[in-house]
Design a protein around this ligand. Structure first.
Ligand code: GLU
Length: 498
């Protein structure tokens, strides 16, 4: 049997998600438990949403957790490049091959036509999906229109009848009717592949034997199976892991739970503890131990022991496990070292000490003033936000709009953060000084402190956003109905440019 090869294939479009680490962990453990190899591939074909900062954060976070890989964009390997944006020519060749063989077709439909089609489908309560208009075009017409320079995408031809049985090693085969499967775009008009084509081509060319991914991909698997058949390639073995869930069993989302790995790092969760906790999601050690290392998990791993009940990502339980690592496994020296690695180091302290130095009389004033730089959520109450220029509604808007602005802020520095807060303040008719007040309380826990804009810069996006979310919870998170209204109003806020 060929060597077992697994991969994790994140899209670098945001903060490094705990779900990515969870999938990476199971892929790595499965491969290593059988002497196989684990690969990291970056799926950055969505050029508008992919960023190098996000890619770096994902790689750094996985390394911080100890989830190292044998081949990847940073360390190379025999099957590179490992970044899909650098493999464009490969995909085009395969898409053209499918067209030549009549297994895919050029589609010239304009965005306007597709929008109109979707509107009509919605009106008639039909499932959304391409209606297949360009499927019937003759070879000659296609050649003519291409020669005339008309824009087109390449779509996969999909049977309209019958059922696809998706094999899954953790479940009975899952039957999905072909008519539910869209004529998927394989190659976009700019020549970039869509996820499905790139994913299948790469898994094949990179020799991936087992695809272990989240169950949200089950509905895509028929397209993948079809592509393997069309190319005449053997499909890998699929395992769809249960999704991580919030306490209310909904899909883990940052509205209900922080999802960024760097947030947990900033909260002082140890990498071993987070990894151990992710290992407990849907899997148990044969001896029932809850505390286990990556090596112990690898030595005892049996993928058939994965349970499919939606594992709940419970922050309280993670904290409890982390506490066990701190108390049971660390000498005082190791504990002090962990604190230094975490935040008690010159690099971090030197960032904000100039702000603190300006405001103290005695050295003993430093710790109380700077404590929030080393803390999680501040201890605040709704009354702390009382201000004579800011009524309850305005307060909620300031925090919610500020949070939304900062959630999409890609440049995390003082001027960018200031521009966001200013824009929200202007919109609400407030002076910057007043608009900043609730941010002081939310971020530093006090109505006055060192510059809150600089503090947000140094605390970083994860911790800042988490404290703003926490503040919103304290003053009252908007209801669903209010949220709808707020979203509309938020769309009117421009970007403040100095
Ligand atoms: N790029 C996909 C993701 O972000 C990969 C899905 C898969 O593993 O096939 O999750």
């Amino acid at each position: 049997m060929s060597k077992i090869r697994t991969r994790v294939a994140p899209s670098p479009t945001g903060d490094p998600h705990v779900g990515t680490a969870y999938i990476a962990l199971f892929n790595r453990v499965f491969a290593k438990s059988q002497g196989g190899e684990f690969i990291l591939r970056i799926e950055d074909t969505d050029r508008a949403r992919s960023t190098p900062e996000s890619e770096k954060a994902i790689l750094d976070s996985l390394k911080w957790l100890g989830l190292t890989w044998d081949e990847g964009p940073d360390c190379g390997g025999e099957h590179g490049p490992y970044r899909q944006s650098e493999r464009g020519d490969i995909y085009k060749k395969y898409a053209d091959q499918l067209v030549d063989e009549g297994k895919a077709f050029h589609c010239f439909c304009t965005t306007e036509r597709l929008d109109a089609m979707r509107r009509e489908q919605r009106l008639n309560s039909q499932p959304p999906g391409y209606d297949g208009r360009c499927k019937g075009l003759s070879k000659e017409e296609v050649a003519e229109r291409l020669a005339a320079g008309e824009e087109s995408v390449i779509r996969l031809d999909v049977p309209r009848e019958g059922v696809c049985e998706v094999p899954d090693m953790l479940r009975d085969p899952i039957a999905i009717e072909w008519k539910q499967v869209d004529y998927q775009v394989l190659l976009k008009s700019d020549g970039m592949p869509a996820y499905h084509l790139a994913n299948v081509v790469d898994d094949h060319l990179m020799g991936i034997t087992h695809v272990i991914r989240g169950e949200e991909w089950i509905s895509s698997t028929p397209k993948h199976i079809l592509l393997y058949q069309h190319f005449g390639w053997e499909a890998p073995t699929f395992f769809h892991l249960p999704l991580l869930r919030n306490a209310d069993k909904s899909k883990l989302s940052k509205r209900k739970n922080p999802t960024s790995i760097t947030f947990y790092e900033k909260m002082g969760i140890l990498p071993e503890a987070l990894l151990n906790y992710l290992g407990m999601m849907g899997w148990t050690m044969p001896n029932g131990d809850e505390k286990f290392s990556l090596t112990e998990m690898t030595d005892n791993f049996d993928i058939n022991r994965v349970s499919l009940g939606g594992p709940v990502f419970d922050v309280e339980k993670l904290n409890w496990l982390n506490g066990r690592y701190i108390r049971e496994d660390m000498s005082t020296d190791q504990f002090v070292q962990a604190l230094k690695d975490w935040a008690f180091n010159e690099e971090y302290i030197n960032k904000f000490m100039p702000l603190v130095q300006e405001r103290v009389e005695r050295l003993s004033d430093v710790a109380p003033l700077a404590a929030f730089f080393f803390a999680g959520m501040p201890n605040i109450k709704a009354e702390d936000f009382a201000h004579n220029k800011i009524d309850e509604e305005t307060l909620q808007k300031l925090l919610q709009f500020g949070l939304w602005k900062l959630e999409t802020q890609r440049h995390w520095n003082k001027p960018a953060i200031m521009a966001d807060v200013k824009a929200v303040g202007e919109h609400l008719g407030l002076k910057l000084k007043d608009a900043l007040f609730p941010f002081f309380v939310a971020i530093t826990g006090e109505p006055r402190s060192v510059s809150v804009l600089e503090a947000m810069d140094y605390l970083g996006p994860d911790m800042t956003r988490a404290r703003l979310r926490h503040a919103l919870e304290v003053v009252g998170t908007p209801s669903k109905k209010q949220l709808k209204r707020l979203e509309k109003e938020f769309a009117e806020i421009g970007t403040f440019m100095d």
